[in-house]
Design a binder for this molecule. Sequence first.
Ligand code: BGC
Ligand code: ZN
Length: 392
Amino acid sequence: MHIPKKANSDPPAGRFAILGLMKAVAAFPGKRDIRVIDHPEPRIERSTDVKVRMLDVGVCGTDKEIAHFDYGTPPVGSEYLVIGHESLSEVIEAGPAVKGFDKGDLVVMTVRRPCPHPECMACRVGRQDFCYTGDFTERGIKQHHGYMTEFVVEDAQYLHKAPAGMRDIAVLTEPLTIAEKALTQLFQVQARLPWACPAEPGRVAKGCDHAVVLGAGPVGLLGAMALALHGFEVTVYSRSPEGGEQQDIVKAIGARYVAAETNSVDDLVRQVGSIDVVYEAIGASSVAFDVIRRLGTNGVFIFTGVPGRREPIPVDTDLIMRDMVLKNQLIFGTVNAPPEAFETAIADLAEFRKRWPDAVSKLITKRYPIDGAIPLLQGKAGGIKNVVAVGA
Ligand code: BGC
Ligand code: ZN
């Protein structure tokens, strides 16, 4: 009889032997229920695995959609999805083949994992943020449990180290990666104007530097900081009322704040001048398309929001199409982020703190224990970025 040898070879990804139970926040779409459950604690199974203890998990609009059962899919065979994709954790154990991570290191994990199809060039080169097939998974979002739990095991290739001094803010890394990926693409696009926007890596030139950020939530404010750091003259156009915390942060980074409540898009244009770049982080397509109408010559409009499906709204398509052609405009959408964006986000966050320490710490409104996570996910807390301090 042939007895297959065990050990030596690694078991397939995603299958972990169970140690015991731990707390996790889980959404049950079938039952429309979300609660803290007991979930199996994973353990290191493959030589390249790292086990971490979760410290902070940020709550974003995507999580709130999952908590309202409008988005998110549990792993195949599970009736629930452990939520959470914006994480900061601490290494507690590493497999024998893991290099470069030690016990106690702070790490941020990426979100998307590649699809299995050989023909997907994007996933095959580690750029699942550009996956063609749609069969990728996302931790805490799509068919893969997330990070709002006590312990996580993950392959070392999906981990990024954060300096110990960033313990209090490194949970902002993931939302900042959205802006980092957008900026990389923006610089690629702006390089098409070689006289006005010389392709100096990571810095904008005068002539293409009037940027408007739509929205003053965490993605908008982090985007505004990234744009300001890379030399853009930034204006934030937001529905948050004047005189609030958001406006203080915008002012602190040397940007202009224009409240949508009291200023029309035409007022915005009067203050900004020709709009070279729009970084949309408002989600509302009506505001976005209003601003597209006023995009400047050779302008670039970047969409990052995923709006819910509401009633269709009228849009002047002739005008937009005419302008896009006659003004060489470009509109692109961007989702998720590659490993390099995590590295630049960690570096830029450190730089933000050096320049604007108060503004950066104001981004995190409050930390809550895991047992207080449900109201947060249901959108019952105000503020900018709320964080579940799993380790607390
Ligand atoms: C996450 C991305 C993810 C996207 C779509 C966002 O909230 O930050 O990593 O790709 O949602 O699911
Ligand atoms: Zn793919």
